[in-house]
Design a protein. Structure first.
Length: 279
């Protein structure tokens, strides 16, 4: 019996090939979205390897690699709201840089791909960025909020966690994040040809998954302690919860996961196709 994750990967490849066939020779862009720790980076790396093996020049970019550097976020925190010092939410990425990378790939250039170091919480020097293959046909764009849609402004109240209650009581930070998501980020996400969503079973599991990621950073001396990590995750909570409720209705494919990140179902949008991988 074929492994469920392999079946999900094959289904993604099938959809990706359809996107490439319908692209008319232009760059095709696949979005991979999911909560922190859901396995997006691992899936993207496996998909890139398979596409490279089949002769499709493929580039990989994470929305995390578009984070503004520490100094730029410090300026944003001074100008707009202190919570913007922390990387993560819409408004803390360089969307213009992402659009410039896509434009360069569309021109067939071997564009530089920005890279961000979470250990130092800053963007790597340009000399350490990767370079996309010349004539890239496929861009894999992965990230926790990729494809997220804004809510109505009224949905921003009331606060949903301790961070919002204590550090954003007037909702100024939430409104700034919402406006960024509704504006520049939608222009970036509009370029996605096909969107795949890794659906966590609920938000509660995200803390455990993210803690597992943080263990690697702690080993290198850069990780957060438990209290800092709990506060950090609260920055992401509002949009993550909304995506868990909203994304399955508009993603081209939803891959449902259990608490151990095992695939339990794969669903395609629109045609009613549903594959149960585990019982």
């Amino acid at each position: 019996m074929r492994d469920a994750s392999d079946e999900a990967l094959n289904r993604i490849i099938e959809g990706t090939r359809q996107a490439l066939a319908g692209s008319g020779g232009r760059l095709a862009m696949l979005g991979l979205a999911g909560a922190q720790g859901s396995g997006k980076s691992t899936l993207a790396a496996r998909l890139k390897a398979r596409m490279d093996e089949s002769g499709v020049p493929t580039a990989l970019l994470s929305i995390d690699d578009l984070y503004l550097g520490h100094a730029a976020r410090a300026q944003l925190a001074e100008r707009v709201h202190p919570l913007l010092r922390t990387r993560g939410v819409p408004g803390t990425h360089d969307v213009a840089l992402g659009l410039a990378v896509i434009a360069a790939l569309e021109r067939g250039e071997d564009a530089l791909l920005p890279r961000f170091d979470k250990g130092t919480d800053d963007r790597l020097p340009i000399a350490q960025w990767d370079r996309a293959p010349l004539g890239t046909r496929l861009l894999l764009f992965e990230g926790w909020c990729v494809g997220a849609r804004p809510r109505t402004p009224a949905a921003l109240d009331p606060p949903i966690n301790l961070l919002e209650r204590q550090e954003d009581a007037d909702g100024h930070w939430r409104r700034f994040v919402h406006d960024a998501l509704a504006g520049p980020y939608q222009r970036l996400f509009a370029r996605i040809d096909r969107l795949v969503f890794l659906a966590a079973p609920d938000f509660a599991i995200v803390s455990r998954w993210r803690a597992q990621q943080e263990e690697k950073l702690r080993a290198s001396g850069h990780g957060m302690d438990d209290a800092a990590l709990a506060r950090f995750i609260q920055h992401y909570e509002r949009i993550t919860r909304h995506m868990l409720a909203d994304m399955p209705a508009h993603a081209d494919m939803t891959i449902a996961l259990d608490t151990e990140r095992q695939v339990v179902a794969v669903r395609d949008k629109g045609d009613g196709r549903r594959t149960h991988e585990r019982r």
